[in-house]
Design a protein around this ligand. Sequence first.
Ligand SMILES: Nc1ncnc2c1ncn2[C@@H]1O[C@H](COP(=O)(O)OP(=O)(O)OP(=O)(O)O)[C@@H](O)[C@H]1O
Ligand SMILES: [Mg+2]
Length: 171
Amino acid sequence: MHVSHLSLADFRSYARAEVPLAPGVTAFVGPNGQGKTNLVEAIGYLATLGSHRVSSDAPLVRMGADRAVVRAAVTQGERQQLVELELNPGRANRARINRSSQVRPRDVLGIVRTVLFAPEDLALVKGEPASSRATPASGAGSWTNWSPPAPRAWRPSAPTTSASSSSATPC
Ligand SMILES: Nc1ncnc2c1ncn2[C@@H]1O[C@H](COP(=O)(O)OP(=O)(O)OP(=O)(O)O)[C@@H](O)[C@H]1O
Ligand SMILES: [Mg+2]
């Protein structure tokens, strides 16, 4: 799949944005603070219903606005889908697929599929061990729900002189 068009209204620094996107690699180039990561964050939000930078929706709404809209046209082979999320901090978010009547926001999950690697993720490899063990912020999308298997208790068996017991050594 690829996102063929991204539309934003009152998302982060964008009052309005219309961004056509071609298949393949896209690089957003611009000065610091221009809004490059905001675009990536918007696509990530459609994929995960969360931001990789913040754990609540309020900072995603443009300062002074009371809601934000993120909309993407998604192409998969011959199929085109239009997915839309309205972020209403403090109230329920709304979602639409193909301009139909409202669906639940979680119904859009799976339409836009992303893998997001951001500078913040470098803390995983460069930071303190505690930060790499920390639970990701709720809704952060580049994580899957994985937890290590429960440790198995192991107790050495009592030493014995019997020859047959040596094959029971735990590994
Ligand atoms: N809710 C908001 N309302 C208005 N502006 C916002 C909001 N959230 C962030 N911004 C603005 O967005 C800009 C940062 O955008 P972004 O992080 O996408 O920049 P960038 O182009 O990725 O920069 P860099 O090159 O430093 O990574 C800042 O100017 C910030 O003030
Ligand atoms: Mg950035």
